[in-house]
Design a protein around this ligand. Sequence first.
Ligand SMILES: NC(=O)c1ccc[n+]([C@@H]2O[C@H](COP(=O)([O-])OP(=O)(O)OC[C@H]3O[C@@H](n4cnc5c(N)ncnc54)[C@H](OP(=O)(O)O)[C@@H]3O)[C@@H](O)[C@H]2O)c1
Length: 301
Amino acid sequence: MATRTILVGGGTGFVGTRLNKLLKVSNCNVINVSRMPAANNISWTAVESSGLPPGTSAVVNLAGQQFLDFTKSWTTGFKQNVFNSRVYTTRALATAINTTQNKPKVFVLVTGVGAYEPSETKKYDESSPTTGQDFFSKLLVDWEKAATIDPPVRLVIIRSGVVIGREGGMIKNMFLPFYFGLGGPIASGKQFLPWIHIEDLIRLIQFSIECEEVKGILNGVAPHIVTNAEFTKTFAKALSRPAIFPVPEFILNLLLNEERAMLLTKGQHVTPKRTLEYGFKYKYPKIEDACRECAHLLPNN
Ligand SMILES: NC(=O)c1ccc[n+]([C@@H]2O[C@H](COP(=O)([O-])OP(=O)(O)OC[C@H]3O[C@@H](n4cnc5c(N)ncnc54)[C@H](OP(=O)(O)O)[C@@H]3O)[C@@H](O)[C@H]2O)c1
């Protein structure tokens, strides 16, 4: 197969690093759009001024300031960063796609299940309305709107659950407390925790690039739906540790600000209806297997 060029916004992060590896072994030339100069990187300014690199056949956006960066207070300025790093980067890539002569085949944007209003009773699939009034539901609307592109370029929006992988995200943050037996459920533990193993998320991105019939919203979550308490128990078991120290909701509200803490204290019941209908096969459909895969002290290289 001829080498294809794939442009990845935010390709230097947790998900992007794994995606780069998968695409490179699939004979793709990957160019990352980054704030940092490096051999395979171009800048956001270059995308805005010169458009897509010649021959780009697919564009992916993974850029976004981490919501749960515990070193950063939830100030107006930080919230602006959270917004701009997603909405402006997505708009920059969409504009570059719309104005280029030789169009790529597909634009894949990874957003989140925060599109659906947190609830312990409602059930969501890709056809559910995004009616939430909280900061994250509103951000998701602007973020996905920024991806507006003209046909015939396909648009795929993957609404990802919490990404389970040893090298980053939630598992990296919670690994040491759990390893030392200090883990426990968050708040009541009854809130749903939509999740996907990192290997499945990068495979779903590749699937979206390669399958020409795939378009629209896909929920990037595993079919096995769990609550925070069930996830906690399973991860602790995979580490052969107890998980008896709950983290009270008011502590998280104090530490993180209530608006941001809801990412941990609230959840949504989300199913991957369209993802399964398209025939995507999960490597880690069950939480037990996903937890076992990341229950090792040293991160993968
Ligand atoms: N990890 C999860 O559990 C999860 C769950 C649902 C959705 N998502 C979404 O999936 C995407 C990828 O997640 P990830 O965990 O791989 O993210 P990540 O590692 O935290 O960050 C991805 C990249 O975003 C770029 N970035 C960070 N702050 C930025 C800013 N202020 N302006 C512009 N670019 C910035 C960085 O690239 P440079 O430093 O090279 O510029 C970084 O490598 C994100 O949009 C995230 O919201 C993630």
